[in-house]
Write a protein that binds this ligand. Structure first.
Ligand SMILES: Cc1ncc(C[n+]2csc(CCOP(=O)(O)OP(=O)(O)O)c2C)c(N)n1
Length: 386
């Protein structure tokens, strides 16, 4: 990379005029001091901030524990959302239980907000018999029918056409369900992103497409990904109303998504939201970010931490104090500890489950494979029973 290359989308975000167009501006409700800003102070239900805080704190603690378990060899892989909690949590609080979510890597936490028990969630991380996916997906590629959240295939981008298709189906069925599709900044370079935005606009699909711009596609920076000033501006060409939102401000995310959901439900079609944030941790447990970024940059973003900013807001508005915050941390840690204990105790998925869920009636060649499998003893700890 040549040193004179312009660093568009400077990090942290540069000061932006309050009257900038939505796709070039940065919509915020909370200032860095946690105070609600007068310019963007929308009406948000009173309990949202405190509920958001609890889930964001849960995720922060949970991610740290999962990374430790991965280092201990108890979990195979993990993709944390540290520093990015505001987007999934704010979004999950702004939508309805019947809405559908097609997530990317860092939005699994939405399932917890939408009612999936923590133990079931963690069984997916362990990939054992408590996992509703029967251990077939790698950790952090979660889904659960009971909360209308669809698994990510790991081919980045493929979930967006699926989300738009599901939104078109919801419209055809005449429901007012909406669909959320997530993508990372790196994923916007995939053809699926183009197809999704274009088709969503043409068919006025009731969906919200959210790009979490965490400023990394593993090690690739936004200025190597696009020459556009923002990701949100890409929506303009497709005729999709688009807005860039401070992704470290959960109240801004909540409000932007709630408005987009209202638009989609009343038949006014899709919205594209870029949430500007920062991946504070590694891409995944297989990555070492110190090889490609400076700690000073990370520290500048930690100073804008979404959990700390929300905490300042809650303290300033009298909704939280130090004692309540400490009690919450203790309670959440206990909850996490107990859920890990129960989830990890589930045995591995049964071997016969390998053949479930694809065919109503097992074809002959799979029946033969199944018989062959059971002619052999299972490897220790690999699901002996049928
Ligand atoms: C089609 C495809 N190309 C490449 C990869 C390898 N890969 C996995 S994650 C990733 C970066 C994704 O970055 P981004 O979309 O910004 O999401 P983030 O992980 O930062 O949340 C890449 C290139 C892949 N999984 N799929």
């Amino acid at each position: 990379m040549s040193t004179d290359e312009p660093k568009r989308m400077a990090s942290p975000p540069e000061a932006i005029a309050d009257d900038a167009p939505p796709e070039l501006g940065l919509y915020r409700v909370l200032g860095d001091d946690g105070q609600a800003r007068a310019v963007d102070n929308p009406s948000i239900p009173d309990d949202i901030a405190l509920r958001a805080y609890r889930y964001m704190k849960l995720m922060r603690l949970l991610d740290a524990r999962m990374i430790l378990l991965q280092r201990q060899g108890r979990v195979g892989f993990y993709g944390a959302c540290t520093g990015q909690e505001a987007t999934p949590i704010g979004t999950a609080l702004a939508i309805r239980p019947d809405d559908w979510v097609f997530q990317a890597l860092r939005e699994s936490s939405m399932m917890l907000v939408r009612g999936l028990p923590l133990e079931t969630y963690l069984s997916q991380v362990f990939g054992n018999s408590g996992d509703v996916l029967k251990g077939r997906m790698q950790p952090s590629h979660m889904s659960a029918r009971q909360v209308n959240q669809v698994s990510w295939s790991s081919n980045i981008g493929t979930q967006l056409p699926q989300a738009v298709g599901a939104a078109m189906a919801a419209k055809a069925r005449g429901t007012d369900d909406i669909v959320l599709g997530f993508i990372g900044d790196g994923g916007t370079s995939e053809p699926d992103f183009h197809w999704a935005l274009n088709s969503a606009a043409v068919h006025r699909a009731p969906c919200i497409i959210i790009c979490q711009n965490n400023q990394f596609a593993i090690s690739v920076r936004p200025w190597h990904q696009t020459a556009s000033k923002t990701y949100a501006i890409k929506g303009r060409a497709y005729g999709v109303p688009s807005i860039r939102v401070d992704g470290n401000d959960v109240l801004a995310v909540y409000h932007a998504v709630a408005q987009a959901a209202e638009r989609a439900r009343r038949g006014d079609g899709p919205t594209f939201i870029e949430t500007m944030t920062y991946r504070v941790g590694a891409h995944s447990t297989s990555d070492d970010p110190s090889l490609y970024r400076a700690q000073e940059e990370v520290d500048a973003w930690i100073a804008r931490d979404p959990v700390a900013t929300l905490r300042r807001h809650l303290v300033a508005t009298g909704q939280l104090d130090d004692a309540a915050d400490e009690a919450m941390a203790e309670e959440l840690n206990e909850l996490i500890g107990a859920a890990i204990k129960t989830a990890e105790a589930h045995p591995p998925p049964e071997r016969a489950s390998l053949f479930d869920d694809v065919y109503a009636q097992l074809p002959t060649h799979l029946q033969e494979q199944r018989d062959e499998l059971f002619r052999h003893e299972p490897a220790p700890g690999h699901g002996g029973s049928k």
